[in-house]
Structure formats: C-alpha cells, structure tokens
Write a protein that binds this ligand. Structure first.
Ligand code: ADP
Length: 159
C-alpha cells in the first residue's frame, strides 16, 4: 500500500487542489492532505477553519485523511509511513520553485519521492491568493472553490 502526502497552505482549498487530490486517489491507496503550518506566512483562515474546509470538501473520498504539521514535511511523511510527496504543477513558473523544493526534500530524506500532478486546464491559472482577492472584492468565484469554501469566504468578507 503506497501512502502519499499532499502538503500545502490551503488558504483556502480550491478546485485546483481538489483536482490534484482526486487524481492522486487514482494513483495511491492513502492520501494525507496535510496543512503545513508556517509561522511566518500569515493566513486569512485559521488552521481549524482550513482543516474543516478541506475535511468537508473531501468527505466523499474515503482514502483521504486531513491532518496538519508544523515540522518538516519529510519528517511528518516518515512518521505517517508515506513514501510519496505530491505537488501540483500549473505552469512553468511553478517548476523552478518546486524543483528546488523537491531537490531539498530529497536531500533531507532520500526515501521520499516527489510526484508532480498536473490539474485540468480550467484550474491552471488558479491559486488561493487570487480567490481571496476576488472574494474580498465581491467577485464571482463559484466555479473555482468547493461549496463550503464559498460559504466561508462570504462569511469572512461580507460582514
Ligand atoms: P497556493 O500555491 O495556491 O498558495 P498551496 O501552498 O496550498 O497553494 O499549494 C499546495 C500545492 O497545491 C502546491 O503544490 C501547489 O502548486 C498546488 N496547487 C495550488 N493550486 C493549484 C491548482 N490550481 N492546480 C494545481 N495545483 C495547485
């Protein structure tokens, strides 16, 4: 049984993330969707809010377990018995930073293999930042986020 870890900030989870999770479910038996807690990076949603939105968006996927870690991803992966680290690749500009990160992760733990998954073209230009910015200005982002995220964004920005 191959276990994989899909780490990210997920502030908030988008349909792009969900696309990667669904594709990964076809490849691996178990997926840990793991919120990487970063003390430096400030987020709009709290850790609990992000975990709750991911859990609700992935509840139909029995292989998925939603967790978090504040340590090194490779250490957390080892603790969970995961040997694959999943990352999404959208465009060429993602490549450089992702390549560097996977190089460093390989240095930290040779046993963990990074696998890049490409989302559907409709999500190529999507990221959490653009979602937060447009939602804050009251723009229509319904197609790009799971229903629970739409509700939470409205609560956050329209009061
Ligand atoms: P973001 O890049 O939106 O801040 P995260 O830090 O949560 O997202 O990213 C976690 C992983 O998900 C990264 O590998 C990132 O490249 C990937 N990802 C984010 N948005 C998308 C998308 N629209 N399509 C595919 N992968 C994505």
């Amino acid at each position: 049984m191959i276990k994989a870890i899909y780490p990210g900030t997920f502030d908030p989870i988008t349909m792009g993330h969900l696309d990667i999770i669904e594709r990964s479910c076809k490849l691996f038996e178990k997926i840990y969707v793991t919120v990487a807690v970063n003390q430096i990076k400030s987020t709009v949603f709290t850790l609990d809010e992000r975990l709750d939105m991911i859990r609700k968006s992935t509840e139909a996927l029995s292989q998925v377990e939603v967790t978090y870690t504040s340590g090194l991803i490779v250490d957390y992966a080892k603790k969970k018995g995961a040997t694959v680290l999943i990352r999404g690749l959208r465009f060429v500009s993602d490549f450089e930073i992702e390549f560097q990160m996977s190089w460093m992760n390989r240095h930290l733990n040779e046993e963990i293999i990074t696998v890049f998954v490409m989302p559907h073209g409709r999500y190529t230009h999507l990221n959490s930042t653009v979602i937060r910015e447009v939602a804050q200005l009251g723009g229509d982002i319904e197609k790009f986020v799971p229903p629970i995220v739409l509700v939470k964004l409205k609560e956050k920005f329209q009061n």
